[in-house]
Write a protein that binds this ligand. Sequence first.
Ligand SMILES: NC(=O)c1ccc[n+]([C@@H]2O[C@H](COP(=O)([O-])OP(=O)(O)OC[C@H]3O[C@@H](n4cnc5c(N)ncnc54)[C@H](OP(=O)(O)O)[C@@H]3O)[C@@H](O)[C@H]2O)c1
Length: 265
Amino acid sequence: MDAILSRLFSSEEEELYVLDCLGYFMIVMAACTFVALLFQDVPYGRYAPSTARFRVDARIAWFVQELPAFLVPFCLVVWTSSAKTSLLPNQLVISMYFCHYIQRSLIYPFLIRGGKPTPLDSFVLAIMFCMYNGYMQIRYLSHYADYPAHWVTHPRFIAGSVLWLVGWLVNMHSDHILRNLRKPGETGYKIPTGGLFEYVSGANFLGEITEWAGFALAGYSVHSTAFAISTAVVLSSRAVSHHKWYHAKFEDYPKSRKALIPFLL
Ligand SMILES: NC(=O)c1ccc[n+]([C@@H]2O[C@H](COP(=O)([O-])OP(=O)(O)OC[C@H]3O[C@@H](n4cnc5c(N)ncnc54)[C@H](OP(=O)(O)O)[C@@H]3O)[C@@H](O)[C@H]2O)c1
């Protein structure tokens, strides 16, 4: 793997420069996505166009599209001379990333009940994003990220780690609630209850946004910040869309429930 990287980049300075550019480019793309999502929903799940000709089974789509987010980083950590993986702050931030993606790519897809098939274009875009982000996060953290001495006791790192953990647990718990709304074989929609769904329609999205915001705080780089911004843009739009959709579909949808931020929004 080192041989591939040294063919792609003439020096470490060049690779670091490219990694930074990827981070800034992701922020620009998030801004463009924000504008696009004002006019259109993210086209998968309940918003997948039924006219899409090529669609991928939900479990296969989630497994295949999320797998590069685990495999690319795994190869980088195992098969490159990753200079920083022996350092505690780098290890901890890398562990946050892997905890999420081991669950998301190797476990979550096989728990899905009755998920809608994913249109081919959304599926391909998701694969590309997972490769891009997996390389950017873990190459930076495993080979370049330099944290100050005692970073793991810095309030920013501690706050970020706590946020990450709380967000991860909320995300997994909320996805568990959604999954259990359907009996095996069912594909329809019901009103979610319990956990943070008592307060917001997008509890799973709130968890994931919180998780990557914590990761950005603990990781403290343009790369982790770019991913947190990108996640917040996509998932806040999805939470608002789901909220409106629930109100349109269910007359008895709880009136006090907000879209994404409890009691506020
Ligand atoms: N980091 C990122 O940028 C990013 C981007 C996208 C997703 N994600 C994460 O990936 C996970 C899944 O995302 P998603 O957009 O697919 O979430 P979602 O729209 O809430 O759907 C999650 C699963 O639950 C089912 N479901 C949702 N609401 C339901 C209801 N009221 N009744 C019965 N079943 C229901 C869906 O079925 P259907 O497929 O039939 O709708 C789907 O299988 C979330 O944890 C999300 O945070 C992260």
